[in-house]
Design a protein around this ligand. Structure first.
Ligand SMILES: Cc1cc2nc3c(=O)[nH]c(=O)nc-3n(C[C@H](O)[C@H](O)[C@H](O)COP(=O)(O)OP(=O)(O)OC[C@H]3O[C@@H](n4cnc5c(N)ncnc54)[C@H](O)[C@@H]3O)c2cc1C
Length: 380
């Protein structure tokens, strides 16, 4: 086995770390407090080639592998959870489906600008009555000549207010057993009938944009259908498998930020005449945090490596996302605990980490859904 990163992976990791610490971290508290989406950060990330990092060069990307992308998401997420979530959603969910399933013409028209950083991408799967159970999708797409007419609504969609295109899932019919057949469509956000109904006020990740959408008889050319009319279900399952690697990486980023802040505070804070890091109760918490982060990173990078090597990675991506998100929540909780009262007030970032961490156990499939995926994969 080879545990060293390649020269290119190390270079990307270092470049993103330097950029994230210099440009993103100093704004993390402000974007959280104000709920401002940091557009200027994404412009800079586009110029650095980060918005198309794992997309091949022929489609405007940087041609890096999934391992490099996971390392990049960890660095961005460690600097700012909000920016990390919007970054991961743009690449894995906004670009991913078009890259994996798009025709050459779709890639040239819609993927190239996203990968070059000329606009953000977004993915609309969740609906008011279809969350964990995406089969319950109610948005419908009806063929009308050379167009599809899409009608419905979508909930909790990341980046939607700032997106150039959104890949939207919609029911196109039912199979012989009466189950919904779901297609996926590339919807330019300037299409008539498309609107952002509202932007949610969130517990955490407040600098990431999350919206409720309405599709009011939105007409898209039939050429905007991704893959086959009934292939949408399989497509989003594959897309979510890839997205889980990035949410795993983001979880490690937030866990690492929690650990680093807690370690620093524990060394500086003196009680009973010594640094609290000298108390075994505190040092064991820090030891567990360090161990969990290391283990989660190994699993995330393994899932990324499997994807890069065109091996099955559904089970590993679910395990990586599940484990990383749960140790992230735990690390953020312990970070608050180690800070004591200082952890509960906004003078320190600990409380933000805890609010940000919670989404990791919910987005891209809840922890319960990850366990369902793993159980299915092991033959239960
Ligand atoms: C900040 C944020 C960003 C998001 N970004 C996007 C995005 O860009 N695109 C997108 O499409 N969606 C997005 N989502 C939606 C997210 O993926 C869903 O919230 C998530 O999949 C859960 O769906 P739900 O909220 O409807 O919860 P529900 O499915 O209603 O689940 C509620 C609870 O029931 C449990 N549950 C459900 N079914 C089962 C079962 N069979 N067995 C056991 N337990 C079960 C769940 O685990 C959960 O604990 C985002 C959400 C948030 C909060």
């Amino acid at each position: 086995m080879q545990f060293d990163l390649t020269q290119e992976q190390t270079m990307i990791q270092q470049m993103v770390r330097d950029f994230a610490q210099a440009e993103i971290a100093p704004k993390a508290a402000e974007v959280d407090r104000t709920g401002r989406f940091p557009v200027e950060t994404f412009e800079k990330m586009g110029k650095l080639g980060l918005l198309g990092l794992p997309i091949s060069e022929e489609y405007g990307g940087a041609g890096a592998d999934t391992v490099s992308y996971a390392l990049a998401v960890e660095e961005v997420g460690c600097a700012c959870g909000s920016t990390g979530l919007s970054y991961a959603a743009h690449v894995s969910l906004g670009c991913g489906p078009i890259y994996y399933f798009g025709t050459e013409a779709q890639k040239q028209t819609f993927l190239v600008p996203l990968a070059k950083g000329e606009g953000l991408g977004s993915f609309g799967l969740t609906e008011p009555s279809a969350g964990s159970d995406a089969g319950g999708t109610q948005t419908r797409a009806v063929r009308d000549g050379d167009e599809y007419v899409i009608r419905g609504s979508k909930s909790y969609i990341t980046n939607a207010s700032y997106a150039r295109t959104i890949v939207v899932t919609a029911v196109v019919g039912t199979d012989d057993r009466g189950r919904n057949q779901i297609g996926a469509f590339i919807v330019p956000t300037d299409s008539p009938g498309f609107s952002v109904v509202r932007t949610y006020e969130k517990m955490g990740l407040r600098g990431s944009n999350t919206c409720e959408l309405a599709l009011d008889d939105v007409r898209v050319p039939a050429a905007n259908l991704l893959g086959t009319e009934t292939g949408g279900f399989k497509q989003f399952l594959y897309t979510l498998d890839g997205g889980r690697i990035s949410i795993g990486a983001l979880s490690i980023g937030i866990a690492r930020a929690s650990y680093e802040a807690a370690l620093k505070y524990a060394k500086e804070r003196v009680q009973f005449g010594q640094s609290i890091s000298k108390f075994q109760a505190i040092s064991f918490k820090l030891a567990d945090m360090a161990m969990h982060i290391e283990l989660a990173r190994l699993m995330v990078l393994k899932a990324a490596w499997l994807k890069d090597n065109h091996r099955p990675f559904t089970k590993e991506a679910a395990m990586a996302k599940l484990y990383a998100s749960e140790i992230c929540m735990r690390a953020a909780d312990q970070c608050v605990q180690i800070h004591g009262g200082a952890g509960y007030v906004q003078d320190f970032p600990a409380e933000r980490f805890m609010r940000d961490a919670k989404l990791m156990e919910i987005g891209e499939g809840t922890s319960e859904v990850q366990r369902m995926v793993i159980a299915r994969q092991i033959g239960c």
